[in-house]
Design a protein around this ligand. Structure first.
Ligand SMILES: C[S@@+](CC[C@H](N)C(=O)[O-])C[C@H]1O[C@@H](n2cnc3c(N)ncnc32)[C@H](O)[C@@H]1O
Length: 212
């Protein structure tokens, strides 16, 4: 299993019902089954060939396999995992359900996902950048209740780059530096200048924390 998938799996608590939305290879569903983490386990994918990959990994009869849009399929589950999709698609799926816990790994628009969780009163309890090979991935776990209060107390930079920006994480610092290098190579528009300023500020937070 990759570092990203290992970290995602480490966030899954024992639960009554679990759904892996966009399961594809099925490695996370298999982990939940093998570790007895849920009474009801469902692997869901909108693509039948992808769902069949999960069926092959996990084994027929060991979980329920549903070929459907997660926005419809995830309604009744206590833990909903949606990883490896764009943030806006994750938000659309999230809006179709109200589980006790979400575990999410958006490939882009991560700040929009944070904001959507907090506005729906989900408190973000884990928000970590994980390096996997040459890539960096955001992984977020959120629990029902307390999100609106967390939003009120959050600095805008935390919504943009991570709710735990005030804790040093070498992978987060490296990702911020990479993003700054990328933005610095873009056209010098007002938007890009502001993005670079935010990134510099976030990097300073991380560097100060490293010295403590
Ligand atoms: C890149 S794979 C991610 C696989 C795995 N979750 C991971 O993080 O490694 C994305 C999967 O999500 C599925 N998918 C995309 N939109 C979906 C939706 N609305 N409902 C269910 N599955 C969806 C795709 O078919 C694809 O198999």
């Amino acid at each position: 299993m990759t570092e990203r998938l290992k970290f995602i799996c480490s966030l899954i608590d024992k639960t009554e019902s679990f759904i892996d939305v966009g399961c594809d290879h099925g490695f996370v569903t298999e982990f939940v089954y093998k570790n007895g983490l849920a009474d009801k386990i469902t692997a869901c994918d909108i693509s039948l060939p992808s769902l069949n990959k999960a069926r092959k990994t996990v084994g027929a009869g060991k979980a329920e396999f549903i070929c459907a849009d997660g926005a419809v399929a995830a309604k009744e589950y206590k833990t909903v995992l949606i990883c490896g999709m764009g943030g806006m698609e994750i938000i659309r799926i999230m809006c179709g359900c109200s589980p006790e816990k979400f575990i999410l790994s958006p490939q882009k628009d991560v700040s929009e996902v944070r904001e959507a969780l907090l506005k729906r009163d989900y408190r973000i309890v884990t928000d970590r950048v994980i390096r996997d090979g040459k890539k960096y991935y955001d992984v977020i776990k959120a629990e029902s209740g307390g999100g609106k209060a967390q939003l009120l107390g959050a600095n805008p930079l935390m919504i943009k780059f991570g709710m735990f920006l005030n804790e040093h994480n070498p992978d987060l610092e490296a990702k911020l530096n990479n993003s700054l290098a990328a933005v610095s190579g873009y056209k010098s528009t007002q938007e890009n200048i502001l993005k670079a300023e935010d990134l510099k500020e976030a990097i300073l937070w991380q560097q100060r924390l490293k010295k403590l």
